[in-house]
Design a protein around this ligand. Structure first.
Ligand SMILES: NC(=O)c1ccc[n+]([C@@H]2O[C@H](COP(=O)([O-])OP(=O)(O)OC[C@H]3O[C@@H](n4cnc5c(N)ncnc54)[C@H](O)[C@@H]3O)[C@@H](O)[C@H]2O)c1
Length: 361
């Protein structure tokens, strides 16, 4: 029998339980060896539920002792970089939650450590791995949309702050508000589907409206009335691409809209695709007329499983489909999105042009 991959979890919070422990505990070739959380009670609860015998409150001690093959990093965003780099330097593969880090600089440090270590790192961008996303990616890569020249992405909630006053609303710990939380998923999704095209400039606008009330917390997220709330709860923007393409986006944790919604739309010379609240549609032409196509993807057939995918990449040496290079690309866009929002004007995105563009500095 082949040796099982020795797995450790760092950050035993809600995402760790919903995603990572559920996902990895279902894989026969993975052994859940250790769990770490600075909050011992949380680590203990998770260890008991998933029958994990080794419990830590310090990730360096866990990584030094346990001879792990793979860890999940599910802590607040600020700690992703230090933990991922420590694990990679110890020769451990890393499944790091999104965003890769709180800035492009930190993301680049992770990428450098990954390259030096020869180990794998995959970002937990699960929206790339839904049946719809897998279908769309293949459909686009086969050339069915032609040249994509317009796209939009959005995720808007009416009352969905993930706990006012928790680390999510504390800029130092999170790196940003809804743009870093939901924007990282859906702006990433459209750009990934387009093949991560080179950006040209970005215009961003942010607003914080609900820092004074607990009314707009997401269901089940209590929040801390005395905690810090210094991030945006809504974000809109426009990204111009070097190839002439245009991408618009809008995200909110809370806003006065009828209902929560998620959407992406990609429009190309040969066809268009929309995915609105999970409903996939294709728009094209056939036999001299416009046609709508509604693919019927079976929810019972999972086209891609994030955890199987990453372990199979570890075993085969194939690059995972959400590598750290994509995290650096996204955090460069997000850093300049915030810069544009604070300056109140567009910001150039190409690194070379940005240093030359005195007008925006
Ligand atoms: N992919 C997704 O859909 C998705 C969904 C939710 C959250 N996330 C991401 O998952 C991560 C965690 O989010 P969450 O909702 O689980 O937060 P959470 O607050 O529920 O859990 C975070 C846990 O990390 C622990 N922690 C803090 N610092 C630590 C450290 N230095 N070492 C070990 N443990 C530490 C905390 O005690 C807490 O238990 C974030 O990066 C978030 O962006 C991703």
């Amino acid at each position: 029998m082949k040796k099982k991959l020795r797995y450790g979890l760092i950050g035993a919070g809600s995402n760790a339980e919903k995603k990572h422990l559920t996902g990895y505990s279902a894989l026969p070739h993975v052994e859940l060896v250790a769990v770490c959380d600075v909050n011992q009670e949380k680590a203990k609860k998770m260890a008991e539920k998933y029958q994990i015998s080794n419990l830590y409150t310090n990730y360096t001690v866990m990584l030094d002792r346990e001879q792990l093959d793979l860890v999940s990093v599910c802590t607040p965003n600020l700690f992703h970089a230090d933990i991922s780099i420590y694990a990679l330097n110890r020769g451990v593969h890393v499944h790091c939650e999104k965003p890769l880090a709180i800035s492009a600089v930190d993301s680049q440090k992770i990428l450098d450590a990954k390259r030096k270590s020869g180990k794998m790192l995959m970002i937990g961008l699960n929206n790339r791995m839904t049946n719809e996303a897998v279908f769309i990616k293949q459909y686009i890569d086969e050339g069915n949309l032609g040249d994509i020249y317009q796209a939009k992405a959005g995720w808007r909630r009416r009352s969905g702050i993930p706990g006012r006053g928790t680390w999510f609303t504390n800029k130092q710990l999170s790196g940003g508000g809804v743009m870093v939380d939901l924007g990282v998923h859906y702006l990433d999704l459209v750009l990934y589907l387009m093949g991560n095209p080179e950006p040209s400039y970005i215009t961003g606008s942010t607003r914080r409206t609900y820092d004074h009330t607990n009314l707009r917390n997401r269901n089940g997220y209590a929040g801390n009335p005395n905690g810090i709330f210094d991030v945006e709860d809504s974000a809109v923007g426009y990204l111009q691409l070097k190839n002439g393409g245009a991408v618009s986006f809008e995200f909110s944790w809370a806003s006065n809209i009828e209902k929560d919604t998620t959407f992406i739309e990609l429009i190309g010379t040969k066809g268009g695709i929309s995915l609105v609240d999970g409903r996939l549609k294709i728009f094209s032409e056939q036999q001299g007329t416009c046609v709508d196509i509604v693919p019927q993807l079976s929810p019972n057939v999972k086209l891609l499983n994030e955890f199987e995918h990453f372990t199979s990449c570890i075993l085969s040496g194939e690059e995972p489909l959400a590598p750290p290079e994509h995290g650096v690309y996204m955090m460069e866009i997000i850093d300049q999105f915030y810069r544009s929002a604070s300056l109140g004007q567009p910001v150039l995105l190409s690194r070379r042009e940005r240093t030359a563009a005195v007008i925006y500095d």
